[in-house]
Design a protein around this ligand. Structure first.
Ligand SMILES: C[S@@+](CC[C@H](N)C(=O)[O-])C[C@H]1O[C@@H](n2cnc3c(N)ncnc32)[C@H](O)[C@@H]1O
Length: 207
């Protein structure tokens, strides 16, 4: 999806860029890679970026209308307190026909939904010991638009048209340090109906 979205000389916004970005490998086609994150320290460490702006994605961003070709958001939607505000802002920043590519967790997945019933400390433990995520990178989640239906409705009402949506296995990411469990989780997810898989990957066009 990113390969289709990142046109030659694209100006790209990595929304919630954090410390690293998958877009580093597409830099030869990108004219400017701008990162935005609430976490200023993480963004300053992200050396793939041409420019970093510390800001809340649910607030107005300091960029001109229609000034980007692509907005990319990797596991960010689940953290947004006001996803409507963020999507409207992304729509404003994109030129008509520009691309929004995102990955986000799917709360229609039964295990992910069950995990939300766990106390915060237990979830933190799974993320730290299973997925190897540093405590400083465990960020509060809201899951306001994290089912296939809620995400599709959000995209439609904020001016996006779906180009491509896929559901991929992702639970094994929580068990990277426990390989046998990771293999079992991957096998289980492959037999689930696709809309119940743990990760939603989507490419929308700005209408
Ligand atoms: C799961 S991390 C993903 C980081 C990076 N995109 C990656 O792929 O490794 C989510 C990122 O979104 C940022 N974030 C969460 N809510 C945000 C908000 N409202 N405004 C800006 N950044 C936010 C976090 O600080 C964090 O860096």
């Amino acid at each position: 999806m990113l390969a289709n979205a990142v046109v030659e000389r694209a100006r790209v916004l990595d929304a919630g860029c954090g410390r690293t970005t998958r877009l580093a490998s597409s830099k030869d086609r990108i004219s400017e890679l701008v990162g935005v994150d609430l976490d200023a320290e993480a963004g300053e460490e992200n050396d793939a970026l041409d420019r970093f702006v510390a800001a809340d994605l649910c607030s107005p961003l300091p960029f001109e209308d229609a000034s980007f070709d692509v907005v990319y958001a990797n596991f960010v939607v689940e953290h947004l307190a006001d996803p409507d505000a963020a999507f409207r802002e992304w729509r404003r920043l994109l030129r008509p026909g520009g691309s929004l590519v995102l990955l986000t967790s799917n709360q229609a997945n039964p295990l992910l939904a069950a995990a939300r019933l766990l106390p915060w400390r237990a979830r933190l433990l799974v993320k730290r010991s299973g997925a190897g995520v540093a405590e400083r990178d465990v960020i509060p989640t809201h899951y306001r638009a994290n089912t296939p239906r809620a995400l599709a409705a959000l995209a439609a009402r904020t001016g996006f048209v779906a180009q491509d949506v896929a559901y991929v296995a992702g639970l094994h990411r929580y068990a990277v340090r426990l390989r046998p469990l990771a293999v079992v989780l991957l096998g289980l997810e492959r037999i689930l109906p696709s809309r119940l898989r743990a990760t939603i990957v989507a490419h929308y066009r700005a209408s």
